[in-house]
Design a protein around this ligand. Structure first.
Ligand code: SF4
Length: 427
């Protein structure tokens, strides 16, 4: 225990500000600075929600509050608990000598730290003293799948923190998980102008919840018109140089990353850096299809969830999580889960009519729920399909001439994903 005092002049209920004696007690027991512990109570002293936030914050550290409400005089409480808990620090809440609720730190049978030098004069209304112990998070009940614990210590190293929120399930889980730290971070969202209404709703819900939200509006449709259609296969004939040949294609195609980088990734990270953010929180998991690539690009070692390059730390809190754990967590906290995740689909689209990301299986989903977007999507796929006919014909001809079967029949070919009930592939 390292004694931490209350912030001076904090208690001003008339203006909606409560003193932070409880925060100081918690910081003392956890041996943290005041600023590292959220002021859970703020103006909610009589509302139980602050205890939920405290529980979530401690849970992320592998801890939990153990609370006792005792209708006994304080000397009796200390006399009973002391011999049974030698050396154990805990928080005692009661009525301060100044007539306001107050908290102090006790150890065994003694009060060992009063963060405001006020003293506990008696119980709060109802004759109660409230004791809070901090213990290790309980092991999960049998049959309930626990989530991997997340070490939140990267938050302690930074003043300017940005959470990159796409509107998908993983970054949504981060938003909920880091709720106790919302007052210290900004949620950044890049909207490329082609979100599904389902995603728009989730983004709007988060924007309304968090205190600091930055939305960057870009226009991926305009980028596509100007630079080419994103495609998962780009033949030479559809590159800008290849189109100058007489066999050149009728449209320019670009890889999916070129478009995403220009419309989503660079704008959001550039904005965060312009804002002075030094901790970037990202929802990518090691189990994601691109998890390994993300880790390699970031320079992160296997098993780690954070990496620092120059002045910037990139933190992947969900690195060890699976899709199932993310969905389970979202259900537990009551987060909105977009409809396109139904039926076991694990990845939601960034842009509804994007002509790449064929593995998302959007055709049937869009046809069912968004026919106009489906028409635009299919028209672009048709355009791409026409451009791919010639290269595939040459490839098949060459393979056949060398006595090799077509790609789909080659030994070691990757099995095609099985379609789910809605026509979407599962990979
Ligand atoms: S999802 Fe598709 S359209 Fe949207 S930015 Fe990425 S590549 Fe471009």
């Amino acid at each position: 225990m390292i004694p931490v005092d209350c912030s001076p002049n904090q208690h001003d209920p008339a203006n909606g500000r409560w003193g932070d004696c409880y925060r100081a007690c918690l910081a003392s027991i956890l041996e943290l600075q005041t600023a590292q512990v959220p002021h859970f109570i703020q103006d909610r002293a009589t509302k139980p929600e602050w205890r939920d936030d405290e529980r979530a914050w401690l849970s992320a550290r592998g801890l939990q509050p153990i609370i006792m409400v005792l209708k006994l005089p304080l000397p009796t409480i200390l006399e009973c608990l002391g011999p049974m808990n030698p050396g154990v620090h805990y928080i005692v809440g009661g009525m301060g000598a100044n007539g306001m609720p107050h908290a102090v730190v006790a150890c065994g049978a003694s009060i060992v730290h009063d963060p405001g030098n006020v003293g506990i004069a008696g119980p709060v209304e109802g004759g109660q003293h409230v004791l809070t112990f901090v213990g290790a998070l309980s092991a999960p009940h049998v049959g309930i799948k626990s989530m991997p614990l997340v070490d939140v210590s990267p938050l302690d190293r930074h003043e300017r923190i940005g959470l990159m929120f796409s509107g998908g399930k993983d970054s949504l889980a981060l938003v909920y998980m880091l709720r106790p730290f919302w007052d210290r971070l900004t949620v950044y969202h890049a909207d490329a102008g082609d979100l599904l209404p389902e995603t728009v709703e989730v983004v709007a819900a988060v924007e309304a919840m968090v205190p600091s939200f930055v939305r960057l509006n870009t226009d991926s449709r305009a980028w596509r018109r100007e630079n080419g259609l994103p495609s998962d296969i780009v033949p030479w004939s559809c590159t800008p140089f290849g189109r100058a040949f007489k066999e050149g294609g009728r449209v320019t195609l670009v890889d999916r990353f070129a478009c995403c980088r220009a419309s989503l990734w660079e704008p959001i990270f550039e904005r965060a850096r312009a804002d002075g953010v030094t901790l970037e929180i990202i929802g990518t998991k090691a189990s994601d299809p691109g998890g390994d690539a993300t880790r390699m690009m970031a320079g992160m070692q296997p098993g780690q969830s954070t990496v620092t390059v120059g002045d910037i730390e990139r933190w992947f809190p969900l690195n060890a999580w699976s899709d199932e754990e993310v969905f389970s967590y979202l259900r537990d906290v009551g987060a909105p889960i977009a409809r396109y995740y139904e039926g076991g689909v694990s990845k939601g689209p960034e842009c509804a009519t994007c002509s790449a990301y064929w593995d998302e299986g959007r055709a049937a989903y869009l046809a069912k729920h968004h026919p106009e977007k489906a028409a635009a999507y299919m028209a672009d796929l048709q355009t791409i399909g026409l451009e791919l006919r010639a290269p595939f014909m040459f490839l098949t001809t060459e393979l056949a001439a060398g006595g090799v079967p077509p790609p789909g029949l080659l030994p070691g070919s990757r099995a095609l994903p099985e379609a789910d009930g809605q026509g979407r592939g599962t990979v």
